[in-house]
Design a protein around this ligand. Structure first.
Ligand SMILES: [Zn+2]
Ligand SMILES: [Zn+2]
Length: 348
């Protein structure tokens, strides 16, 4: 089933507006609260048009009919929200957001498409080795707001740590300096708890990029409601909380060791000889986190620009333009030879 939220005022497709924090119709300006839109759609079946999934299958793709223009929408098996590539209407695939697949919470987008595009433009200008073609509007227009599926884990961690430590004191008697070294065995037992350690549950998103987009401010987590996805893309999780547990667990373990080690203070040296952590997982919550993504290919290599849709933090890798790089290195060489000439002058 694919659904499109329709404006109660004029019937046009309506999208979540990150500035207003609610759904806003771009045709007639009607504002609708997210939770109200959800309850309305339960009451009035006509607001969301559910159309039967087409039988046609294109390899790993599923095909749906756009409820606005009737064109075919192709999605891969993981997509839960997308838009029609003909008329741009938001389309939400509801069966991928129900039951086991229903997220518990989400952080709504705070930065809209225009801000994301501006940030990308600024970012490409900063990189002095960027080829000009990446600043083309067509490239910038392909930026996508995606709700990335995450598991947020909570743990209690019990840490045992043993360290050999020293305190060094020096004193001077006459012409002789004495060094006194005291040796200590330090034992620490610590209980820590960590909440909302994130691990991204999407196969497509590189973990390295997602880790760098942190931190998200989890105080702004909201109860999941489907209308938040209207106008954005979203995916269901590929990896279960059991499959991603090892990533979050190793982070929890690392944080606990750091906490414990940092509590051993006041010594000249500390050498940890034994440490052990016992973890208890308290829970894992399925959440969607907002990310702006722009993928591009340059000389057969793929690059990604990503921006945290909540905080605006940017992660990306710029390709290097050969022409500009040559000019840049030419400048460096000229500088070096000028310096050598100068040195030659001084030495000679
Ligand atoms: Zn309207
Ligand atoms: Zn359409």
């Amino acid at each position: 089933m694919v659904g499109t939220y329709k404006c109660p005022g004029c019937g046009a497709p309506i999208e979540f507006n990150s500035q207003a924090g609610e759904l806003v119709c771009s045709y007639c300006g009607t504002h609708v609260d997210v939770s109200k839109m959800n309850s309305e759609t339960d009451k009035y079946d006509c607001v969301v048009e559910d159309l039967e999934k087409e039988d046609a299958q294109y390899g790993d793709f599923d095909s749906y009919k756009c409820s606005n223009c009737g064109a075919e929408i192709l999605t891969d098996e993981n997509t839960s929200a997308t838009s029609c590539s003909y008329c741009g209407s938001p389309a939400i695939i509801k069966e991928r957001l129900r039951g086991q697949l229903m997220p518990k919470s989400l952080i709504p987008f705070k930065h809209n498409r225009e801000i994301a595009k501006d940030e990308f433009r600024k970012w490409t200008k900063k990189g002095m080795l960027t080829p000009a073609c990446f600043r083309k509007e067509a490239t910038i227009d392909s930026i996508k707001g995606i709700y990335v599926p995450f598991w947020l884990y909570d743990y209690n961690v019990h840490v045992d740590m043993m360290a050999n430590a020293t305190k060094v004191r020096t004193e001077r008697k006459g012409n002789t300096e004495y060094t006194h070294t005291s040796h200590y065995q330090v034992n620490r037992v610590m209980d820590c708890s960590f909440t909302k350690i994130p691990a991204d549950a999407s196969e497509k998103m590189p973990d390295s990029v997602m880790d760098k987009l942190e931190p998200f401010n989890y105080n702004e987590l909201r109860k999941f409601e489907m209308p938040y996805l209207s106008g954005y893309s979203s995916e269901k999780y590929n990896y279960t909380k059991e499959e991603m547990n090892y990533r979050a667990e190793s982070r929890a373990r690392g944080y606990a060791f750091t906490e414990c080690r940092n509590s051993i203070i006041g010594y000249s040296s500390v050498n940890v000889v034994h440490s052990n952590a016992r973890l208890q997982r308290l829970g894992a919550t399925y959440s969607l986190l907002p990310v702006w993504i722009l993928n591009y290919v340059f000389k057969g290599k793929q690059y990604m620009f990503a921006m945290n849709g909540q905080t605006g933090k940017i992660v990306g890798e710029l390709p290097i333009s050969k022409g500009k790089a040559a000019a840049w290195f030419g400048g460096v060489f000229a500088g070096v030879s000028a310096l050598l000439l100068l040195l030659g002058g001084i030495l000679g």
